[in-house]
Design a protein around this ligand. Structure first.
Ligand code: 4NP
Length: 147
Protein backbone atom coordinates (compact mmCIF):
# COMPACT_ATOMS: atom_id res chain seq x y z
CA UNK A 1 0.00 0.00 0.00
CA UNK A 2 2.66 2.52 -0.95
CA UNK A 3 1.37 4.29 -4.04
CA UNK A 4 -1.07 7.18 -4.24
CA UNK A 5 -4.39 6.23 -5.80
CA UNK A 6 -8.08 7.04 -5.83
CA UNK A 7 -9.73 6.55 -2.45
CA UNK A 8 -13.27 5.58 -1.49
CA UNK A 9 -14.22 5.89 2.19
CA UNK A 10 -16.98 3.51 3.26
CA UNK A 11 -19.17 3.17 6.36
CA UNK A 12 -22.69 1.88 6.92
CA UNK A 13 -24.90 4.89 6.22
CA UNK A 14 -22.53 7.37 4.52
CA UNK A 15 -23.83 10.15 6.76
CA UNK A 16 -21.54 10.10 9.83
CA UNK A 17 -18.08 8.54 9.45
CA UNK A 18 -17.24 8.25 5.76
CA UNK A 19 -18.25 11.83 4.78
CA UNK A 20 -15.93 13.02 7.54
CA UNK A 21 -13.20 10.67 6.32
CA UNK A 22 -13.67 11.99 2.77
CA UNK A 23 -13.34 15.60 3.95
CA UNK A 24 -10.29 14.94 6.12
CA UNK A 25 -8.55 12.92 3.43
CA UNK A 26 -9.31 15.46 0.68
CA UNK A 27 -7.83 18.11 2.90
CA UNK A 28 -4.70 16.10 3.73
CA UNK A 29 -4.04 14.75 0.22
CA UNK A 30 -4.19 18.02 -1.73
CA UNK A 31 -0.73 17.42 -3.17
CA UNK A 32 -1.81 14.23 -4.89
CA UNK A 33 -3.90 14.27 -8.03
CA UNK A 34 -6.37 11.69 -6.81
CA UNK A 35 -10.10 11.30 -6.51
CA UNK A 36 -11.60 10.97 -3.02
CA UNK A 37 -15.20 9.95 -2.49
CA UNK A 38 -17.37 8.17 0.08
CA UNK A 39 -20.25 5.71 0.07
CA UNK A 40 -22.37 3.59 2.40
CA UNK A 41 -22.96 -0.13 2.49
CA UNK A 42 -26.65 0.62 3.08
CA UNK A 43 -28.91 2.77 0.93
CA UNK A 44 -31.28 4.15 3.55
CA UNK A 45 -29.75 7.62 3.72
CA UNK A 46 -28.96 7.96 0.00
CA UNK A 47 -29.33 11.55 -1.20
CA UNK A 48 -29.08 13.03 2.29
CA UNK A 49 -26.39 15.46 3.49
CA UNK A 50 -24.04 14.35 6.30
CA UNK A 51 -25.29 14.21 9.90
CA UNK A 52 -25.17 17.67 11.51
CA UNK A 53 -22.78 16.40 14.17
CA UNK A 54 -20.27 15.35 11.48
CA UNK A 55 -20.70 18.69 9.69
CA UNK A 56 -20.03 20.46 13.00
CA UNK A 57 -16.91 18.54 14.00
CA UNK A 58 -15.53 18.96 10.47
CA UNK A 59 -16.22 22.69 10.57
CA UNK A 60 -14.51 22.94 13.97
CA UNK A 61 -11.43 21.55 12.22
CA UNK A 62 -11.66 23.87 9.21
CA UNK A 63 -13.27 21.42 6.78
CA UNK A 64 -16.60 21.91 4.99
CA UNK A 65 -18.45 18.67 4.26
CA UNK A 66 -21.93 20.18 4.15
CA UNK A 67 -22.27 19.86 0.36
CA UNK A 68 -21.78 16.08 0.33
CA UNK A 69 -24.65 13.72 -0.51
CA UNK A 70 -24.88 10.14 0.70
CA UNK A 71 -24.87 7.30 -1.79
CA UNK A 72 -24.67 3.55 -1.69
CA UNK A 73 -21.54 1.69 -2.82
CA UNK A 74 -21.86 0.28 -6.36
CA UNK A 75 -19.93 -2.40 -8.17
CA UNK A 76 -18.17 -0.02 -10.54
CA UNK A 77 -16.53 1.54 -7.47
CA UNK A 78 -14.32 -1.54 -7.43
CA UNK A 79 -12.89 -0.46 -10.78
CA UNK A 80 -12.74 3.28 -10.13
CA UNK A 81 -11.02 3.26 -6.75
CA UNK A 82 -7.57 1.86 -5.95
CA UNK A 83 -8.27 1.88 -2.24
CA UNK A 84 -11.47 1.30 -0.32
CA UNK A 85 -11.06 2.25 3.33
CA UNK A 86 -13.73 0.98 5.69
CA UNK A 87 -14.46 2.09 9.24
CA UNK A 88 -15.22 -1.18 11.04
CA UNK A 89 -15.05 -4.93 10.60
CA UNK A 90 -18.69 -5.19 9.65
CA UNK A 91 -18.11 -2.73 6.75
CA UNK A 92 -15.06 -4.80 5.83
CA UNK A 93 -17.06 -7.99 5.72
CA UNK A 94 -19.91 -6.40 3.74
CA UNK A 95 -17.60 -4.79 1.18
CA UNK A 96 -15.54 -7.99 0.78
CA UNK A 97 -18.71 -9.92 0.13
CA UNK A 98 -19.84 -7.52 -2.61
CA UNK A 99 -16.33 -7.40 -4.00
CA UNK A 100 -15.97 -11.15 -4.20
CA UNK A 101 -18.60 -11.26 -6.95
CA UNK A 102 -16.59 -8.95 -9.20
CA UNK A 103 -13.24 -9.04 -10.86
CA UNK A 104 -11.59 -5.93 -9.48
CA UNK A 105 -8.38 -4.68 -7.99
CA UNK A 106 -9.31 -2.34 -5.17
CA UNK A 107 -7.37 -2.81 -1.95
CA UNK A 108 -9.83 -3.00 0.94
CA UNK A 109 -8.56 -2.06 4.37
CA UNK A 110 -9.62 -0.67 7.74
CA UNK A 111 -8.89 3.07 7.58
CA UNK A 112 -7.34 3.10 11.06
CA UNK A 113 -5.93 -0.43 10.76
CA UNK A 114 -5.81 -2.40 13.02
CA UNK A 115 -8.39 -0.38 14.94
CA UNK A 116 -12.05 0.09 14.20
CA UNK A 117 -13.85 3.43 14.02
CA UNK A 118 -17.13 2.67 15.73
CA UNK A 119 -20.54 3.86 14.59
CA UNK A 120 -21.30 7.13 16.48
CA UNK A 121 -24.89 7.51 15.21
CA UNK A 122 -26.73 6.67 18.44
CA UNK A 123 -24.20 8.39 20.70
CA UNK A 124 -23.50 11.99 21.69
CA UNK A 125 -21.18 14.75 20.44
CA UNK A 126 -18.24 13.28 22.36
CA UNK A 127 -18.52 10.19 20.16
CA UNK A 128 -18.05 12.36 17.08
CA UNK A 129 -14.91 13.90 18.56
CA UNK A 130 -13.51 10.41 19.09
CA UNK A 131 -14.50 9.45 15.54
CA UNK A 132 -12.82 12.56 14.17
CA UNK A 133 -9.57 11.78 16.00
CA UNK A 134 -9.55 8.18 14.78
CA UNK A 135 -10.29 9.25 11.21
CA UNK A 136 -7.50 11.79 11.41
CA UNK A 137 -5.07 9.11 12.63
CA UNK A 138 -6.21 6.72 9.91
CA UNK A 139 -5.77 9.29 7.13
CA UNK A 140 -2.28 10.13 8.46
CA UNK A 141 -1.44 6.43 8.49
CA UNK A 142 -2.39 6.05 4.83
CA UNK A 143 -0.50 9.14 3.73
CA UNK A 144 2.60 8.15 5.70
CA UNK A 145 2.59 4.88 3.76
CA UNK A 146 2.55 6.85 0.50
CA UNK A 147 5.62 8.91 1.33
P1 4NP B 1 -22.39 5.93 9.51
O1 4NP B 1 -23.38 5.99 10.75
O2 4NP B 1 -22.33 4.49 9.07
O3 4NP B 1 -21.10 6.40 10.10
O4 4NP B 1 -22.94 6.86 8.46
C1 4NP B 1 -24.68 5.50 10.73
C2 4NP B 1 -25.71 6.27 10.26
C3 4NP B 1 -27.01 5.80 10.30
C4 4NP B 1 -27.26 4.54 10.81
C5 4NP B 1 -26.23 3.76 11.26
C6 4NP B 1 -24.94 4.23 11.22
N1 4NP B 1 -28.58 4.08 10.88
O5 4NP B 1 -28.79 2.97 11.42
O6 4NP B 1 -29.52 4.77 10.43
Amino acid sequence: MHKPGNVLMVCLGNICRSPLAQGVFENMSKNFKIKVDSAGVASYHAGYPPDKRSVNIAQKNGIDISMQKARQIRTKDFNNFDYIFVMDKENFHDVRELFSYHKANSIIQLLNDPFEIEDPYYGDDKGFEIVYDKIYQGCKRVLNNWK
